[in-house]
Design a binder for this molecule. Structure first.
Ligand code: DGJ
Length: 737
């Protein structure tokens, strides 16, 4: 009798489990050239994440897909496409909402899918989801960029309930992965040391990459990662995912290795103190999370991101960028007309194309002779520049140079007319003393009047001085005390998101009027380097650290995510102002020519042989290197993070007929120790002449000028005579027919 009872219970459990085994009723496959992202809908209308990786030839297999039942429940082990708190998800939620009636639970069901494949380069998919009980909807958007193998994802959350809904978590995207082990590469740093690379094996628990600084958010971490499955990331092989959040405010990328050994990646705006209330009928749109995948290692991941970034992620990414002389390290705040026109004379002689006047040109009641006054008062300082900006602009033009100008329109010195006239525009907390950073405070961009002001700083400068052709947009502090005199008490938590959205509103207006105008993205160096900001910029100031050795590391990390064409990379003086390190001019040039070349010094101090070298190097950059840096494919050959004390990389033209190779000696080496550099990205069957340029009196390869087969260069490699620390070599490769 007893055993019959157990048998009955067992039968019940079995039939219950069988019922719980979810059945797939629909497959949604989103495809790029080599990747597939697959969701399925099960018989209970759950949208389930199935797969993101190498393209599937037969997605029909997913129709047969079933998930095993969890014990003691009618749920199964499948992962929702966009997991919410409430019913079925015990991991980090992408979305958590307090509904109008106070309920904490959300459970989304699939409603429909819309696809727009009218463009050959980009397919748009919107999956409509709705809470099973409430009138609360989520649209899951995915853009698939076919040729670049990039997808981007974001959500629109809509409240159709009778009362307000409070969002406490509102991530852009959820990506679960399954492997034996997971290796996360992320990018940490500080002022003058951005995009340092670190790789770690993820263990159970949650690893978080985040920022709560509100503004200048990418100096200490970057909202980007590379994730390698089963082993540390390799340059040319292995399953690798790249991700980057297009958002310039607080972010949070959480990597949870859960009890099922799956990695749950939740990326989006940092919900820290940012609860968002959605009134009936309102919606909230999250920023885009950008992903790519390759089974050819992080090299291909970064090339995918570069291709995408140049085309969709920045302004004019495929355009040749001018060589710039920026006045900052050459003059700082101490200049007059003669200093600047003298710099322009030299710039023109050297072959530079744009002169940029950095900080210090404005403020009269409170002159900007240091960083403690004048910020916010965007009128030309009459003492320093009695004939105004137009005199300088005309002078630049007379020398064949374009003229650029520095602004920092989101910020204000307490000692300024702007702070006197509009104290209410400053970010502040009632009754508390305001904390200055670099003697400055932040303007409250959640306020539309401040947005107008910031827009007008840009627009009036360009309308009054139409000869300006370049703006360097700086931002030198973060949020210390959040608080807006504009927002009601109940919406103070909206400040963080509204600041960034306010900034983007300003940029949208600017780009509507000045679509291709050259704007540099700068925030104390690389403090605002993310695809949210880059979308409005043509280039980025990679770091305030212009030391070439530091730059090799900074630019290496940067190049894993962002296109090198935008990486402003300037030759500065020696000893370097940030590190005091002394390096030869050739080394400084060779490093700077791996990105968007510029100079950041007093050029009259370069004389004699050094000047001849500078002229030659700039000429070579224009003629041969620049087109390859602009649109060529980057191959990293030797990592500066390796133990050898070398670094090397190359850019290869799309047709593989030309390439430029850079190699650097970054540590002392004993006599007779040389690096062998194995090239990459060439056509094995083509023959290339290898010719050293910027030699500066010495040949560094025994085969200089000779022709080699592509397969020899890539498999055998070439040994370079660059043992001395800070020696370097640049070679042009040209196909010989
Ligand atoms: C910080 C920037 O990163 C520098 O290049 C320079 O523009 C200074 N600000 C000027 O204040």
């Amino acid at each position: 009798m007893k055993s019959l009872k157990y048998l009955l219970i067992l039968c019940l459990i079995l039939s219950f489990s069988d019922l719980a085994m979810s059945q797939t009723t629909k497959v949604i496959e989103i495809k790029t050239k080599s990747t597939s992202l697959v969701y399925t809908v099960d018989q209970t209308n759950r949208l389930v994440f199935q797969y993101f990786g190498r393209a599937t030839a037969s997605p029909a297999g997913f129709l047969k897909q079933k998930a095993y039942p969890k014990p003691d429940t009618n749920r199964d082990y499948s992962y929702e496409a966009y997991p919410t708190f409430g019913l079925g998800n015990i991991n980090e939620p992408a979305l958590a909402a307090i509904h109008a009636d106070g309920s904490l639970n959300t459970e989304l069901e699939f409603l429909s899918v819309e696809r727009d494949d009218s463009r050959s380069d980009l397919e748009k998919t919107v999956i409509h989801l709705k809470d099973r009980v409430y009138d609360f909807e989520v649209e899951l958007h995915t853009n698939a960029f076919f040729s670049e193998d990039v997808i981007s994802q974001w959500v629109v959350i809509r409240n159709l309930e009778k009362g307000p809904v409070h969002l406490t978590n509102f991530a852009s995207s959820f990506l679960p992965l399954k492997a034996e082990s997971y290796y996360l590469t992320h990018f940490y740093g500080a002022w003058a040391g951005e995009m340092g690379m670190v790789e770690e094996k993820l263990e159970n628990g949650i690893k978080v990459i985040e920022c709560k600084k509100g503004v200048r958010t990418t100096q200490t971490e970057n909202p980007s990662f590379i994730l390698s499955l089963n082993h540390p990331a390799l340059e040319n092989e292995g399953d690798c995912y790249g991700g980057s959040l297009a958002w310039s405010g607080n972010y949070r990328l959480a990597f949870q290795l859960d009890e099922l050994k799956k990695l749950n990646i939740i990326s989006g705006i940092n919900p820290f103190l940012s609860a968002w209330s959605l009134n009936p009928g309102e919606s909230f749109t999250t920023p885009e999370m950008i992903y790519t995948y390759s089974n050819e290692g992080r090299g291909q991941v970064s090339r995918n991101l570069h291709e995408w970034g140049r085309k969709y992620g920045m302004v004019g990414g495929d355009q040749i960028h001018d060589i710039v002389l920026n006045s900052w390290e050459g003059a700082y705040f101490s200049f007059d007309e003669n200093t600047l026109t003298g710099m322009m004379d030299d710039a023109a002689e050297l072959g530079i194309e744009t002169f940029v006047l950095d900080d210090g040109w404005f403020g009269n009641k409170y002159p900007r002779s240091n960083d403690d006054a004048g910020l916010g008062d965007w009128q030309t300082n009459k003492n320093k520049l009695p004939r105004g900006l137009d005199y300088l602009i005309d002078y630049a033009h007379s020398k064949g140079l374009k003229f650029g100008l520095w602004i920092e329109p989101e910020m204000v010195n307490p000692e300024s007319e702007l702070a006197e006239n509009h104290p209410e525009w400053i970010v502040q907390s009632p009754g508390r003393e305001k904390i200055a950073w670099r003697n400055q405070l932040l303007l409250d961009l959640s306020n539309p009047k401040v947005q107008d002001f910031v827009y007008n700083v840009f627009d009036s400068l360009l309308t009054t001085h139409p000869g300006i052709e370049y703006i360097k947009w700086d931002a030198n502090r973060h949020v210390e005390q959040a608080g807006s005199t504009w927002l009601p008490a109940s919406e103070q938590t909206h400040f963080w998101v509204l600041y960034t959205k306010g900034l983007y509103t300003v940029y949208e207006r600017i780009r509507a009027k000045y679509p291709n105008f050259m704007i540099q993205d700068c925030a104390s160096g690389g403090g605002r380097l993310d695809y949210g900001a880059l979308k409005y910029h043509n280039e980025y100031w990679t770091s305030d650290n212009t030391d070439p050795l530091s730059r090799i590391f900074i630019q290496y990390g940067t190049s894993l995510i962002y296109p090198p064409v935008g990486s402003a990379s300037h030759v500065s003086t020696s000893p370097n102002h940030q590190t005091q390190r002394m390096t030869p001019l050739k080394f400084r040039f060779d490093v700077a020519t791996t990105g968007r070349l510029g100079m950041e010094l007093q050029p009259k101090n370069i004389q004699g042989k050094e000047r001849e070298f500078a002229v030659e190097s700039i000429r070579n950059y224009k003629q041969t290197i620049r087109p390859l840096v602009t649109v060529g494919d980057l191959y990293r050959l030797i990592s500066p993070y390796d133990d050898g004390g070398w670094a090397s990389q190359m850019y290869v033209a799309k047709d593989k007929a030309e390439a430029v190779l850079f190699a650097f000696s970054i540590a002392p080496h004993t006599r007779g120790v040389f690096p062998t550099v194995k090239l990459n990205g060439l056509d094995e069957t083509k023959h290339y002449q290898v010719k050293e340029i910027n030699k500066n009196g010495r040949v560094r390869f025994w085969g200089d000028g000779q022709t080699f087969a592509g397969d020899y260069l890539m498999n055998v490699g070439i040994e370079l005579n660059i043992s001395d620390q800070f020696d370097s070599a640049v070679f042009l490769l040209k196909e010989m027919k």
